[in-house]
Design a protein around this ligand. Structure first.
Ligand code: DGL
Length: 287
C-alpha cells in the first residue's frame, strides 16, 4: 500500500446514495477529528441492480472525484461496489482503500461462532444484500477465508434500497418487504443475519423485530457499516494517518457532503439520520 500522505488530508467515503451515511455515522462518533468528504451518487442509485461492469464504471468516477480532492484514503461504504470493484480500484489507485464486505463477513463469522458455541450446534450466516452483492458471491468467499466450517446463505433484498432512499423506515410497507426477504433466509436456516448493504442498517429495528417474529426468538443482526467503521479506526491509527491524536479535535474536522442529484431531499433524510451534523449538501456532476 502506498504512503497515505498528510494526515490532515480528508478521508473520502462514497456510496450510491444515502446508505454510506451509516458508515459516516459510526466514523463521526469514533473519529471526530477527521475531515470527511462523503459522496452519494444519487443520480445513479441503485447500484445493486446493475451489471458488475456498470458498477465498476460508476465506482471509478466516484473514486476520481474524491482522489481529485486529495483524500488520504478511500472508504467504499457500499457492499455492491466492495463486492465487484474493490480489487480493481486497489490495483488502479495509489492510496489505501477499505471496503465493507470483509469487515461485515468478519463480524458475521464472530457472531455465528459465538452463537454456535452457546447453542452447541452449527449456525448458518444469512446475508441480506443487493442483487449484485449476492450474485457476486463476495460474502461466502470472504467467510471461507475466515473459516471453512461456516455456511453462508444469501438473499437479495432489492426493494429495501428505494424504501431507505425515500426515508420510509417504519410501518406496514417496510415490514412487509422485510418479511418477504427474511422468511426464505431464516427458512434456509440462518441463525445470524448480516446486513450486507449499507442502506439496510437504517431499517435495523424493523429487521430485528420481524426476524424475531419469524424465528420465534431473537436473531442477532450484524451491521456491515459499523464493522467497517471499526476497521477504519484501527487502520487509521496503525497507519498513523489520523488528523489528530485520539480524543482530540483537529481544526480541519468537518463533514462535507456531495451528491449527484436531489440535494434537498438527501439533506432531509440525512439530517433525520445524522442529526444536526449534516452541513449544506452540494450537487456535483460526474459526467
Ligand atoms: N448501499 C449500497 C450497498 O451497500 C448500494 C445499494 C444500491 O445502490 O443498490 O450495496
Amino acid at each position: 500500500m502506498a504512503d497515505a500522505g498528510e494526515s490532515a488530508a480528508p478521508l473520502g467515503v462514497f456510496d450510491s446514495g444515502l446508505g454510506g451515511l451509516t458508515v459516516v455515522h459510526a466514523l463521526l462518533e469514533e473519529l471526530p477529528a477527521e475531515h470527511i468528504i462523503y459522496l452519494g451518487d444519487t443520480a445513479r442509485v441503485p447500484y445493486g441492480t446493475r451489471s458488475a461492469e456498470t458498477v465498476v464504471r460508476y465506482a471509478r468516477s466516484c473514486a476520481k472525484v474524491l482522489t481529485d480532492r486529495g483524500v488520504k484514503a478511500l472508504v467504499i461504504a457500499c457492499n455492491t461496489v466492495s463486492a465487484v470493484a474493490l480489487d480493481i480500484l486497489r490495483a488502479e489507485l495509489d492510496l489505501p482503500i477499505i471496503g465493507v464486505v470483509e469487515p461485515g463477513a468478519q463480524a458475521g463469522a464472530r457472531e455465528a461462532e459465538a452463537r454456535a458455541k452457546a447453542l452447541g450446534s452449527p449456525v448458518k450466516i444469512g446475508v441480506l444484500g443487493t442483487q449484485g452483492t449476492i450474485a457476486s458471491g463476495a460474502y461466502p468467499r470472504a467467510v471461507s477465508q475466515i473459516s471453512t466450517r461456516l455456511e453462508v446463505v444469501g438473499q437479495a433484498a432489492p426493494l429495501l434500497v428505494p424504501l431507505v432512499e425515500e426515508g420510509w423506515l417504519e410501518g406496514e410497507v417496510p415490514e412487509l418487504a422485510v418479511r418477504r426477504y427474511l422468511e426464505p433466509l431464516i427458512g434456509a436456516g440462518a441463525g445470524v443475519v448480516v446486513l450486507g448493504c449499507t442502506h439496510y442498517p437504517l431499517l435495523k429495528s424493523v429487521i430485528e423485530r420481524v426476524a424475531a417474529e419469524i424465528a420465534g426468538h431473537p436473531i442477532p443482526v450484524v451491521d456491515s457499516a459499523h464493522a467497517a467503521s471499526a476497521m477504519v479506526v484501527e487502520w487509521i491509527s496503525q497507519g498513523r494517518i489520523a488528523a489528530a491524536p485520539r480524543g482530540e479535535r483537529a481544526a480541519s474536522a468537518r463533514l462535507e457532503v456531495l451528491v449527484t442529484d436531489r440535494p434537498a431531499s438527501f439533506a432531509d433524510v440525512a439530517s433525520r439520520f445524522l442529526g444536526e451534523r449534516v452541513p449544506e449538501v452540494f450537487q456535483i456532476d460526474l459526467s
